[in-house]
Design a protein around this ligand. Structure first.
Ligand code: GCU
Length: 682
């Protein structure tokens, strides 16, 4: 069958079967659950498909009976409990946590045993990933998830459009209804399951209440039915005012008994059709969305309202911390949007029910190319938390620029908050280890659409792949993940592997250099598109995304001694580091400090000269991507080669637009000449 972008990294491209492969390939698949649509059944079918497509090996599936467990050339696929029941003792299998699995290719047969069925499916994809990379090594290991919440959020609207979506219209909705043909949803489910994502919130955080109409609830059930065999649960975003705008009540006060009853009734209806719904996602009192503040109630009152409704069903509530005043006044030196999350949430610590998880964007502003980790992670010691990442490259080139994001995410996850002077990495906090919570994890905004590239660009899929891997294991190495992804998506060719790895690893530093460096933020247009350079838009807007650039100085003073007090939201050791411009890492200098353009960096360069140079350097790196890609012509099928080539050609040009717009803007503003005489008229 012709391969296209829809398979992503599950391409199962044909490989020659060497001698080693012949002796290692199983000739039977034994699955320990024969119920169609069970994840174990799916695992068997997926394995059969993979073996056929990769090695042209046609393998029978047997539905486990005792005798087959001893078959010398079988792969046995099931849960540990199923294995014990059908095959006998499983003493060698180490303890597994929920969703974990054990993979053993040593010995006479291959065993893939999950703690549950989902885990079995994950293990099967792991084995397939080895086969698809021509890897026949003998392995025996178990792996467990770092956290139970490994979600993605789609920002799909009922009319089929997608907020900040760059890969075409929704695969779920069209014309205010759920689409009839869910074929794309099956393919999405495969991709998500293969990287161990266990839930997807299908509609936009800016939610439309009509999703709750009875016929739509029925159709949500159809979506859930498609995802279920892949171990992916669904969740939905709610509009807080629904009881009034949709339910016919005249109120949406979270403490009002008619409102409480209304929500519990709706929740019951949903669980009747979707008994395993993962839960709700709430954006309230944020960017004009309704919320509890209308009735002078707390954000915890609101979260707990939903928490109680889903509790009997084991559901959870992801309550977003993205609450801030978007009509800030810049003439107030102390005003700072970055302060908002801690201001709104800290005093509520401990007041959230135990099935509420506060979902926190990685940085205090909004998915910028460089932000410090949100201080809220260090301020909720008695509340479950999850980190919100964005696979969608909203401010980061909207999939028209190559920007591999795993290094950015690792910067945040690895950051040590030093809570109580003890190691407190963001990763240990959100995976619930640091404060011993029951719940924790991550959610990523992933706005896939009907485009055959899913995200709008084939190369952008490395971000979805890496997100899943990091959600499972936040210490996974960005370059290792990338190499696996390249081999699975393109080819095993050494040169191709090195080239795409290099381009990808250089891409975030390049984008940071030609968009906004030294922590000044991304410098995109922030009024509407969040795309392309518009440094002028970064001041005097109500959104509070400011640079405070004038003729002589630039940067936000977020210190306690003279600024917005933001640095004081961190635990003492971190606060002290950010308080002084000597100890603040230079890539965040202008995030925390307001300095002269002539302020000298450790390199000896002034801030303004660094700006000029970095923009030239970043644009030059991006222009190099095109040549590197073109060196791969003939090694990649024409469709994907050409699609990516066009994007990189565009990026090469647009990086120059970025470079010149930003450099000219600050040159005009400061009047300071570029030492290398590139910027302005000479
Ligand atoms: C950003 C984005 C919006 C989105 C919001 C959110 O501001 O531009 O489109 O609704 O984040 O995360 O809620």
């Amino acid at each position: 069958a012709a391969k296209n972008g829809l398979d992503g990294w599950l391409r199962y491209a044909p490989l020659p079967c060497s001698h080693q492969c012949h002796s290692k390939l199983p000739s039977n698949i034994v699955t320990l659950n024969q119920t169609t649509r069970s994840p174990v059944y799916v695992a068997g079918s997926e394995l059969q498909k993979g073996l056929k497509e990769i090695y042209a090996s046609h393998v029978q599936i047997h539905h486990g009976q005792h005798g087959q467990c001893k078959d010398f050339s079988a792969v046995i696929v099931g849960t540990v409990a199923q294995y014990r029941k059908t095959c006998g003792p499983a003493d060698e299998v180490p303890h597994l946590d929920e969703d974990g699995f054990w993979l053993n290719t040593k010995g006479s047969h291959v065993r893939i045993l999950g703690q549950n069925e989902k885990g079995t499916l994950y293990g099967t994809y792991e084995y397939l990933s080895m086969l698809a990379q021509g890897n026949f090594s003998d392995v025996a290991y178990s792996t467990n998830p770092s956290a139970l919440i490994r979600w993605v959020n789609q920002w799909d609207n009922m009319d089929g459009s997608i907020e900040r979506g760059y890969g075409g219209p929704s695969i779920f909705f069209r014309g205010e209804k759920i689409v009839d043909d869910l074929a794309r949803v099956i393919q999405y489910a495969r991709l998500l399951a293969s990287v161990r994502i266990n839930a997807v919130v299908v509609n936009n955080v800016n939610a439309n209440a009509t999703l709750l109409a009875p016929e739509n609830i029925q159709c949500l059930g159809r979506i859930a039915d498609v995802f279920r065999p892949y171990g992916v649960q669904i969740g939905i975003s709610l509009n807080f005012a629904s009881p009034k705008t949709f339910g016919g009540l005249n109120i949406f006060d979270p403490l009002d008994t008619t409102v409480i009853k209304w929500w519990s009734n709706i929740t019951n209806q949903i669980y009747q059709r979707v008994p395993d719904m993962a839960g709700y996602l709430i954006k309230a009192d944020s960017e004009g969305q309704p919320g509890p503040q209308t009735y002078n109630r707390t954000l915890a009152d609101a979260a707990n309202l939903f928490a109680k409704a889903v509790k009997p069903y084991g559901g959870i509530v992801m309550y977003r911390s993205f609450v801030y005043d978007h009509n800030l006044n810049q003439s107030n030196w102390k005003a700072d949007r970055a302060n908002a999350a801690v201001d709104f949430f800290k005093h509520l610590d401990g007041k959230f029910n135990d099935n509420v998880v506060v979902q926190i964007k990685y940085g205090p502003i909004d998915f910028q190319v460089r932000e410090p980790a949100s201080p809220l992670f260090a301020n909720l010691l008695n509340t479950s938390m999850a980190i919100e990442l964005q696979v969608t490259q909203e401010y980061l080139g909207q999939q028209s620029h190559l920007v591999y994001l795993a290094p950015l995410w690792r910067d945040i996850l690895d950051f040590d908050m030093r809570v109580d002077h003890k190691p407190s990495s963001v990763r240990d906090i959100v995976t619930a280890k640091r404060f011993n919570r029951k719940l924790g994890g991550s959610a990523a905004v992933v706005n896939v659409g009907t485009n055959t590239t899913w995200l709008g660009s084939h190369l952008a899929m490395s971000n979805l792949y890496a997100y899943g891997r990091l959600a499972w294991n936040p210490t996974d190495d960005p370059e290792d993940m990338l190499r696996d992804w390249i081999r699975l998506t393109f080819d095993l060719d050494r040169n191709l592997l090195d080239t795409i790895t290099r381009m990808s690893m250089d891409s975030r530093p390049a984008y940071e250099n030609y968009s906004g460096n030294l922590g000044i933020q991304t410098l995109t247009d922030i009024l509407y598109t969040h795309y392309g350079p518009n440094p002028a838009s970064q001041d005097n807007n109500g959104w509070g995304q400011w640079t405070r650039a004038d003729r002589t100085t630039i940067g936000m003073d977020r210190t306690v001694k003279n600024g917005t007090d933001f640095s004081g939201q961190y635990p003492p050791e971190v606060a002290a580091m950010y308080e002084s411009n000597e100890t603040t890492p230079e890539n965040l200098l202008l995030w925390f400090h307001h300095v002269d353009y002539t302020h000298r960096l450790h390199s000896g360069k002034t801030v303004i000269q660094h700006f000029y140079d970095a923009h030239y350097q970043g644009a030059e790196t991006a222009q190099g991507f095109l040549d590197q890609w073109e060196s791969l012509q003939g090694k990649i099928d024409h469709e994907r080669y050409e699609h990516i080539r066009q994007r990189l050609e565009y990026q090469a040009g647009h990086s120059i637009v970025w470079r010149d717009t930003i450099n000219n803007f600050y040159h005009n503003l400061s009047g300071i000449a570029d030492k290398a005489k590139r910027v302005g008229n000479h």
